[in-house]
Design a protein around this ligand. Structure first.
Ligand SMILES: O=C(CO)[C@H](O)[C@H](O)COP(=O)(O)O
Ligand SMILES: [Co+2]
Length: 224
């Protein structure tokens, strides 16, 4: 059975009590850290200094999701501060393959993200350049939005291309993932699941992480 990974997004955490919020999700595989610059998306979160402090105190490794312009300028900083993976948006990058190579050289896993309306085709021949591909299942910028099922064919195509090419990829979905939607994403090929409001809005985040993991594992993608 392929491993499935649950990444709670701290976008839905209480920013003033970040250390305590991180302790609430210590059962997770990674913590998903949404960096927004109010240019690439119409929302603003935090930058490298805050993420460095999260890295210092987090009980689980960091999965950084950069929703920013000019990732060539900023992404390496997040790899240097010790993030396990750094994912930047293809729409914002001048050369995604070159940036991924640089992130790997620094020592983090390299991820590329695409918005719901961005076609996959330009990246399909370069899958081995990445460790993770993030298919956004909402328009990036805000937590608590509804899952977009129309993104699922892209995920399925990715899963099939990666398998045919013999490339081991983490296929991540982000946006609207909950106990109601995780099965459809898993069935379509996702193995790495970001969930913000579903986890931090739960009475017992640890129990919700376990439930999501079980649901994902029970609905794994079956190749055609
Ligand atoms: O990247 C993001 C938004 O752009 C967040 O990671 C995502 O929205 C998580 O929140 P939720 O699970 O509540 O949808
Ligand atoms: Co995110």
């Amino acid at each position: 059975m392929t491993a499935t990974y649950i990444h709670p997004s701290i976008l839905s955490a209480d920013f003033v009590n970040m250390q305590a919020e991180l302790e609430r999700i210590s059962d997770a595989d990674f913590v998903h850290v949404d960096v927004m610059d109010n240019h690439f998306v119409p929302n603003l979160t935090f930058g490298p200094q805050m993420v460095a402090r999260i890295q210092d105190v987090s009980p689980v490794p960091l999965d950084v999701h950069l929703m920013i312009d000019d990732p060539e300028r900023w992404a390496p900083e997040y790899a240097e501060l010790g993030a396990a993976s750094v994912t930047f948006h293809a729409e914002a990058s001048a050369d995604p393959v070159a940036l991924a190579r640089r992130l790997r050289q620094i020592g983090s896993a390299a991820g590329v993200a695409i918005k719901p309306g961005t076609p996959l085709e330009p990246y399909l021949d370069d899958l081995s350049a990445f460790d993770l591909v993030l298919v956004m299942t909402v328009e990036p910028g805000f937590g608590g939005q509804s899952f977009m099922p129309e993104t699922m064919p892209k995920l399925r195509t990715l899963a099939e291309r990666a398998r045919n090419a013999g490339v081991e990829l983490r296929l991540q979905v982000d946006g609207g993932i909950s106990a109601d939607t995780i099965a459809i994403a898993a069935e379509n090929g996702a193995n790495t699941f970001v969930a913000g409001s579903a986890v931090f809005g739960a009475e017992h985040p640890g129990a919700m992480i376990g439930r999501l993991r079980e649901l994902a594992a029970g609905h794994q993608h079956r190749p055609a």
